[in-house]
Design a protein around this ligand. Structure first.
Ligand code: NI
Ligand code: MN
Length: 230
């Protein structure tokens, strides 16, 4: 039983949770650095942090092909059900739900959230996942600014944190290093960078700072690269 994650570029991840495939924010078609096509990925559950096109991405097509359940905030769950997705589940910050092999707790994020067609997408989110078989805990921050209540998220005992470092729309390097200090994860994976010129960042410089200033181990992946936690 383990966690295996593969970075598909931007904030899109294919994650195996104790053998069950899930996706985070599957923005693949239209993603210039996508490491997989929407027809190549697999999912029992798609976890969606917010409605922006660079996260919502191929959610509907993948859910309809795989039969995956889409877990997102209530507004997104209702919108996606209207697009014809059979299985959706809405959560909001502070709430946990047992999805069978994984428990998801929804968290706040400081950002905005609307669909590409302008429809209101509710408040943006992150989420904490607890793998039931292995007990591993993942925190996916979504798109967010730094906020001090990340220390409360850290109190869960996070094994792997996924944090944006791209700046402009989210935390940049400086604030994400501060976030690592608050969250205190064992491992931290950077995301939401190097997708477009506007999000260009030196992830190795970020990793050096994480190593020097925090107790966490940075995991910098190439597009399509994987990391496994036993
Ligand atoms: Ni966004
Ligand atoms: Mn984004």
């Amino acid at each position: 039983m383990s966690i295996k994650l593969t970075w598909l570029g931007h904030s899109a991840f294919q994650v195996l949770i104790d053998g069950h495939p899930v996706l985070f924010d599957p923005f693949l078609s239209g993603n210039p650095v996508a490491a997989a096509s929407p027809t190549q990925v697999s999912a029992e559950i798609i976890f969606l942090s917010h409605a922006h096109g660079d996260h919502y991405g191929d959610t509907v097509a993948i859910a309809n092909r795989t039969g995956a359940k889409v877990v997102a905030n209530n507004e997104i769950a209702i919108y996606i059900a209207r697009q014809g997705v059979a299985a959706t589940h809405g959560q909001n910050p502070g709430g946990s739900f047992d999805h069978g092999f994984v428990i998801a707790k929804w968290t706040v994020a400081f950002h905005s959230s609307s669909f590409p067609d302008g429809t209101y997408g509710g408040a943006p989110n992150g989420f904490i996942l607890t793998a039931k078989a292995s007990g591993k805990k993942l925190y996916f921050a979504g798109d967010t600014a730094l906020f001090s209540d990340m220390s409360l998220i850290g109190d869960h005992g996070i094994d792997i944190a996924f944090l944006p470092i791209g700046d402009n729309y989210t935390m940049g390097i400086e604030d994400s290093v501060k976030a690592v200090k608050l969250i205190r994860p064992r491992y931290v994976v950077p995301m939401h960078y190097n997708t477009f010129p506007l999000l260009a960042q030196d992830a190795n410089a970020w990793a050096e700072r994480v190593k020097d200033e925090t107790a966490a181990m940075p995991v910098v992946l190439p597009f399509g690269g994987s990391f496994e936690l036993d």
